[in-house]
Ligand binder design. Structure first.
Ligand code: MUC
Ligand code: MG
Length: 373
């Protein structure tokens, strides 16, 4: 009997409003734009995936619009007619013919895995070799742009028990203002919460040296990507200089980056993201290099909605230890969703859906409502 083939791929631009403006060093988000992928197979099975970045072209080289265009023009013709059950072969074919475009590749691989999981009646975690956990710790990012509002937001989330770790997005103001903001929040929350910061590459190395010393003094738990992504040696120098752990985010994409960074210990922690690495299998290769180098793991996000966040969660659930937890809170930053069953977040963690594939079902009415017209 012949295996089912991929018959059609649709890439749909979806814009969902955020619950409040989200301030990062490179942009202020008032909505999230995602590319939702529908992959139809000849056995009647549909797989779904998500390709999402942050702030148009402000985070990286792929924009939502370029991802849709490239999926329609290049990915789909390569995939239509291919065996829908052989994910490695389909991704190998894509890799051979398409350079870069890692976020789009991740969305496509997610849709292939979702379809195959549905076909076999198993979750993506099972397809990847088996999940070690069905829940993952999830922090919340405070980024309203206002210190007092951030404190109130954190207090509320601590009271309802939804989160106990907060990441602050800094670097969009002068370093002294950023540090005062962080110190005020840490002082208000005290030992009741862990506080981490993400500078998103905003400082040069000498500013980072001065500023991280002050953040360490203020009791901050983790410093994420303080300097430009290309400065690997700088990350290594900062890692050596401070007790507070330094995390590589934008510097780390695929396993080649992981290898180079691990060799010079450019970070105590690696931020894993399926989009940065070009998919779920690739992110696990990055994790393997980190594990071999005794570098800790953190489950990162590109602020994906539910589909991308759950895909990430399935990959992360197969890892032995995620010492720094995850930031898969993307769905909670959005006012609405395009899946029927929302993911449950409580006790500072998320419950990973265990149904076949991703364990999610698209809400076609909502998809149509938020689809870019
Ligand atoms: C990033 O750079 O880590 C993660 C949380 C958040 O608010 O933004 C992201 C991206
Ligand atoms: Mg980051």
């Amino acid at each position: 009997m012949n295996n089912p083939i991929i018959e059609k791929i649709e890439a749909i631009l979806v814009d969902l409003p955020t619950i409040r403006p989200h301030h990062l060093s490179m942009t202020v988000m008032k909505k999230q734009s995602m590319v939702i992928i529908r992959l139809f197979c000849s056995d009647g099975i549909e797989g779904i995936g998500e390709a999402t970045t942050i702030g148009g072209l402000s985070y990286g080289e792929e924009s939502p619009e370029s991802m849709k265009l490239n999926i329609d023009t290049y990915f789909a013709p390569l995939l239509v007619g291919q065996d829908a059950t052989n994910i490695h072969k389909a991704m190998f074919w894509i890799e051979k013919n398409i350079k870069g475009n890692r976020i789009a590749k991740s969305g496509i691989e997610t849709a292939l895995l979702d379809a195959h999981g549905k076909r076999l009646g198993v979750s993506i975690g099972t397809l990847l070799g088996g999940a070690i956990t069905e829940t993952l710790p999830v922090l919340w990012t405070l980024a309203s742009g206002n210190t007092q509002q951030d404190i109130e937001e954190a207090e509320h989330l601590l009271t309802i028990g939804r989160h106990n770790t907060f990441k602050l997005k800094i670097g969009w103001q002068a370093p002294e203002i950023s540090i005062a903001h962080v110190a005020a929040i840490k002082k208000a929350l005290g030992d009741r919460a862990k506080v981490t910061v993400d500078v998103n590459q905003a400082w040069d190395e000498s500013t980072a040296k001065i500023s991280i010393a002050k953040l360490q003094e203020a009791g901050i738990d983790l410093i994420e990507q303080p300097i430009v992504k290309e400065n690997f040696e700088g990350l290594a120098r900062l890692t050596k200089m401070f007790t507070v752990p330094i995390m590589a985010d934008e510097a780390l994409n695929d396993s080649a980056d992981a290898y180079k960074l691990a060799k010079i210990r450019g970070g105590d922690v690696f931020a894993l993201k399926i989009g940065k690495s070009g998919g779920l299998h690739n992110v696990l290769k990055v994790a393997a290099i980190a594990e071999a180098a005794d570098i800790s793991l953190y489950g990162g996000t590109l602020l994906e909605g539910t589909i991308g966040s759950v895909a990430s969660a399935h990959a992360f659930s197969t890892l032995k230890t995620m010492s720094w937890g995850t930031e898969l809170f993307g769905p909670l930053l959005l006012t609405d969703d395009i899946v029927k069953t929302k993911v449950a977040f409580s006790n500072a963690s998320m419950k990973i859906p265990q149904g076949p594939g991703l364990g999610l079902e698209l809400d076609l009415e909502k998809l149509n409502q938020y689809k870019r017209k």
